[in-house]
Design a protein around this ligand. Structure first.
Ligand code: NAP
Length: 294
């Protein structure tokens, strides 16, 4: 990894995953300058009208889209789309092209514990980034609070229930907006770049606490059910979730159940000078999402 010096101030930043959870907030943090921000999306017109910034067509599965997306950019916020597992056939060639096109800093949305887990694609991407001629920053966040407004949105909104097999295990849930704030910070302050940052919420909480806070905030009881793994698999299928996604979710919630997702760090506070958002703040800010789900 080459430690090049980036200019403070006006860089051109390409944001992948800009229409997604973290990338969308990264755009919001960078939109008002001093960077020039551009969204990379498979649907650039929709991205432009939604985000109100320029967008370019970009698809990891379409190598013909790489060069025109990367040309003229200084930095890249890299999101591995959850559906892409074979990263060596699509993401690796894109990274080679990014460097060839002159991108000097790549901030990668990785995963807590990726450095010690050879089974996750994030580890392979980190390895790739460390082996090419670019300044790379790895953000390794814990599980997002926003999974409750995406994956679990409808069960909370429609059934007033949270159904997942985490038992009494605690998770150091982080608000994806804090992950995005850190990403924007390291992009804007290149001196902070080039390292790895493990990002978590302030404290680990159980899903009993999650349900209790949601009940308080929404003004109606939200029950936390702890199904067996088999029942969770059946329930997830009934909800229309795809098998690969169900297996990933099950693995994540069992990790929490066995007490392996509770580790916290002070990194958000250290970098941003303020504590990470609490789960209650998250629930209050997003209360309308559960109210309007159909
Ligand atoms: N959820 C968690 O708790 C958690 C925790 C730690 C790390 N992570 C990691 O965070 C990443 C996901 O971030 P997220 O939740 O912000 O994403 P997300 O909301 O799931 O959005 C996925 C984004 O990927 C883009 N995309 C999909 N297929 C693409 C393709 N073929 N080429 C280019 N772009 C494509 C989509 O953009 P368009 O449709 O506009 O193209 C979309 O903006 C994953 O790698 C995940 O493992 C998640």
């Amino acid at each position: 990894m080459t430690m090049t010096t980036l200019r403070e101030g006006s860089q051109r930043v390409l944001v992948t995953g800009a229409t997604g959870t973290v990338g969308g907030h990264v755009v919001a943090c960078l939109r008002d300058g001093p960077c020039e921000v551009c969204a990379a999306s498979r649907h650039p017109e929709a991205a432009t009208s939604r985000l109100n910034i320029p967008a370019v067509y970009f698809d990891f599965q379409d190598p013909a889209s790489y060069r025109s997306a990367f040309d003229g950019q200084d930095a890249l916020f890299l999101v591995r789309p959850p559906a892409i597992a074979r990263v060596w056939t699509s993401i690796f060639p894109a990274l080679d092209m990014a460097v060839d096109s002159g991108i000097r800093h790549i901030v990668f949305l990785s995963l807590q514990g990726a450095e010690a887990n050879p089974f996750v694609p994030h580890r392979w991407i980190e390895w790739k980034l460390a082996s090419i001629d670019v300044r790379a920053t790895f953000l390794r966040p814990s599980f997002f609070m926003q999974n409750l407004t995406t994956t679990h949105r409808h069960e909370v909104a429609d059934e007033r229930t949270l159904i997942l097999p985490a038992g009494d295990g605690h998770t150091a849930l982080i608000d994806a907006r804090d992950v995005a704030d850190v990403a924007a910070h390291v992009i804007k302050h290149p001196k902070c770049g080039g390292g790895a940052y493990e990002l978590t919420g302030l404290k680990a909480i159980s899903y009993h606490t999650v349900a209790r806070v949601l009940s308080d905030v929404l003004g109606q009881p939200i029950r936390y059910e702890e199904p067996s793994v088999i029942d969770f698999l059946r329930y997830s299928r009934r909800r229309g979730r795809e098998w690969p996604f169900i297996f990933v979710m099950t693995g994540i919630y069992l990790t929490a159940r066995f007490g392996l997702a509770a580790r916290t760090t002070s990194t958000v506070h250290d970098l941003l000078g303020r504590p990470p958002r609490s789960f209650r703040t998250f629930a209050e800010d997003y209360a309308g999402v559960w109210a309007v789900a159909k």
